[in-house]
Ligand binder design. Structure first.
Ligand code: DHB
Ligand code: FE
Length: 276
């Protein structure tokens, strides 16, 4: 039985990768964001997960509008990063955990989730940046990527993503391989990159979202996807990954650390640690 040691959330603005590549962590623009990381890194050093699940959204690198699964689970030994056009250095391949991936896949299908299984999958900034941020020395544990469609409507509902996370949590509870697993959410919080409301951020909604995510995630199901677009922006729907992460960690998990900073690029940036 694997222990879920905790859940971590972070925004994945591509420019963060540029700041890392240029060593700008202490620059006045970037410092408030990077200052949120040391408490998470210390917690990880103490809790030493030997695998991670990453709920993230692909932005057109592996899946495009012609074929876009609602939920896709990676089952590859390695995941390759590639140039997305943001000018970021391409990262070395990330290690997978195929046996844990297949265990999660089997459990999800048993629980009637019609997922897409990917034995080959390119991973974009949304997968790579959390690992770069949380393990800056490049020693991140191997990962199981779970992509949630936040790009092409119709998107899965909040309640569906919470159930997905809970089913992943069940799969981990019955896993006899590695002992300690952390669950990562990559995305959000509020942001809108395009259209008339480009630059839209909603601090009040984000704070309320974080409170409810911790204390009563089921209550978030009152928001339809259209409500989320209105309240958090067209790309703020990435908060679905945070909802899935919340479902996978123990219900009694509490906020151990949060750093909310507005804005990084066009995004209300946040790092969160939820742990029992
Ligand atoms: C930005 C945010 C994102 O989530 C993303 O995927 C790309 C860009 C931004 O704020 O610049
Ligand atoms: Fe994004």
């Amino acid at each position: 039985m694997a222990e879920v040691v905790g859940g971590l959330g972070t925004s994945h603005v591509p420019a963060i990768g540029g700041a890392i590549a240029k060593g700008l962590q202490q620059d006045p623009y970037w410092k408030p964001f990077f200052d949120g990381l040391p408490p998470i890194r210390s917690w990880l050093a103490e809790n030493r997960p030997d695998a991670v699940i990453i709920f993230y959204n692909d932005h057109g690198l592996n899946f495009f509008l012609d074929k876009l699964p609602t939920f896709a689970v990676g089952a590859a030994p390695f995941y390759h990063n590639a140039d997305e056009g943001w000018g970021l250095p391409v990262q070395a391949p990330f290690r997978g955990v195929p046996d844990l991936s297949w265990h999660v896949i089997e459990h999800l299908v048993e629980r009637e989730f019609d997922i897409t299984t990917c034995q080959e999958m390119l991973v974009d900034h949304a997968f790579a940046l959390p690992l770069q941020l949380f393990w800056p020395d490049g020693d991140a544990p191997p990962a199981v990527p779970i992509a949630i469609n936040t790009v092409q409507h119709p998107l899965p509902s909040i309640s569906r993503c919470l159930k997905l996370g809970r089913a992943v949590g069940e799969a981990l509870a019955s896993w006899r391989g590695c002992k300690r697993v952390a669950v990562i959410a990559s995305g959000g919080l509020s942001h809108q990159l395009d259209g008339e409301r480009a630059g839209f951020i909603n601090k009040a909604f984000d704070q309320q979202f974080l409170d409810e995510l911790e204390a009563n995630p089921d209550a978030l199901s009152r928001y339809s996807i259209h409500d989320v677009v209105e309240l958090a922006g067209t790309q703020g729907v990435e908060l679905l990954t945070w909802v899935a992460m919340r479902g996978a960690v123990s219900a009694s998990s509490k906020r151990r650390h949060v750093n909310y900073h507005v804005p990084i690029s066009n995004t209300a940036a946040c790092q969160l640690l939820l742990a029992p």
